[in-house]
Write a protein of this length. Structure first.
Length: 219
């Protein structure tokens, strides 16, 4: 079983990753700003405070872990997109400071930079709100930063489908790399529960070290 620390453990995706990992017997350190926001109790769950934008905090949280997950998203409010690349930089700096004993990093990504069947990117779709595009672009900047430090840390970025929302855990999904995964109707979607399944699967059986991959319901 793995020792996993999760930044953003109380978020929409983070808390589902916590639940999925605990259900599989892993040991979790939930890293949040307000410990009172984590209401679940479990013998394999520890709650602590941490700041994903502070490399020293990242090092302190990551020390002794097997995997460090960042489920810190762009958020919905103005200015939240500004945290994406800085958080990636802080995570890499904090892990780099630990040297060869640093855990693997898995970052929750975004669908915006995925290629579409028409040859563009998801973020090129007409009618997207401006703030949504800014968040997508910020995730894209963070991904490009990770791709530039491939030799410094063992990283993976997991992009969801174009539509991700709470739903049912089916335990099934189809994986791809830089191309949007769609079903037989051309829709790209996944539940947050099955996204968490895919992320924990990647923890247990690493297949995408040093690259981005994506998951959705296939055809």
């Amino acid at each position: 079983m793995a020792r996993i620390a999760i930044f953003g453990a109380n978020g929409a995706i983070g808390h589902r990753v916590v639940s999925e990992a605990l259900d599989r017997g892993h040991t979790i350190t939930a890293v949040v700003r307000d410990p009172a926001s984590v209401t679940r109790t479990h013998q394999n769950l520890t709650v602590t405070t941490g700041d994903v934008l502070d490399p020293a905090s990242v090092s302190a949280v990551a020390r002794g872990q097997d995997v460090l997950v960042s489920a810190v998203g762009g958020g919905d409010g103005p200015g939240h997109q500004a945290t994406m690349k800085p958080s990636a930089e802080s995570l890499v700096a904090g892990l780099h400071a630990l040297g060869s004993g640093a855990p693997r990093l898995i970052m929750v990504g975004d669908a915006g930079s995925l290629r579409t069947p028409g040859g563009g990117r998801v973020w090129d779709a007409p009618g997207l709100p401006g703030d949504v595009v800014l968040i997508m672009r910020a995730h894209g900047d963070a991904l490009e930063y990770l791709r530039g430090v491939a030799t410094e840390v063992r990283w993976t970025s997991l992009s969801p489908a174009a539509r991700i929302e709470p739903g049912r855990r089916t335990g099934r999904y189809e994986a791809g790399l830089d191309d949007l995964v769609t079903d037989e109707r051309g829709e790209s979607r996944i539940s947050t529960e099955d996204y968490a399944v895919a992320l924990v699967d990647e923890i247990e059986k690493p297949r995408h070290i040093g690259e981005r991959f994506t998951v959705a319901y296939g055809g």
